[in-house]
Design a protein around this ligand. Structure first.
Ligand code: IMP
Ligand code: MG
Length: 185
């Protein structure tokens, strides 16, 4: 049972666990086809993508390596500040790899724009973006597009399946819209 105090903060359930499984399976299948002759390195952007990463890698049927990177841009706010700080860099030298960045959600695009510009200087063979959720109408950096997206979401603040508000709600097994009163208080 999920404790009531988390559920009380959710306005609506947007994607059930079954919906999420379906979305991840579809992406995993496509990635397995597209990367079958490549040198795939999955890069999880912590912390939000930990759940999608764990699920997605098991839907990928071709050889793949993994690595992790941690950046911070938000503090406790619900909007991107544009300032992105590397907290943990990759362990691997990505030269020659086909890097697939695995993100929880693509919003303004500022985080990934910054990350792509840093990683591009390290001579990977290619860099693409896989995001569980996309808010395309919120994009501020036009050049940033999702090569793989699980689902398009409305302009609302969502939590669960790895996504947080002030570091909480990541462990919800579904994705819900957070009540506005939670972040306007
Ligand atoms: P961007 O730099 O604006 O694209 O921000 C992307 C990051 O913002 C994501 O990795 C999330 O950490 C966070 N974010 C954006 N929208 C949401 C949301 O609806 N729920 C939870 N986190 C979000
Ligand atoms: Mg976050």
């Amino acid at each position: 049972m999920i404790s009531n105090n988390m559920l009380d903060d959710i306005k609506d359930v947007l994607f059930s666990k079954e919906d999420l499984d379906e979305m991840v399976k579809r992406m995993g299948k496509q990635i397995s086809e597209d990367y079958k002759d490549k040198n795939l390195l999955l890069v999880s952007i912590l912390k939000g993508s930990v759940i999608i990463m764990a699920d997605l890698m098991r839907e990928i049927t071709i050889p793949a390596e993994i690595d992790f990177m941690s950046v911070s841009s938000y503090g406790n706010d619900t909007k991107s500040s544009g300032r992105v700080r590397i907290i943990k860099d990759l362990d691997k030298d990505i030269a020659g790899y086909d890097v697939l960045l695995v993100e929880d959600i693509l919003d303004s695009g500022k985080t990934l724009s910054y990350l792509m510009s840093i990683l591009a200087t390290r001579n990977p063979r290619s860099i693409k973006i896989c995001t569980m959720f996309d808010k395309p109408h919120r994009r501020e950096v036009e050049s940033i597009k999702a090569d793989y997206a699980g689902g398009i979401v409305p302009d609302e603040f969502i939590v669960g399946y790895g996504l947080d508000y002030a570091q909480k709600y990541r462990n919800l097994p579904f994705v819900g819209i957070l009540k506005e009163k939670v972040y306007s208080e």
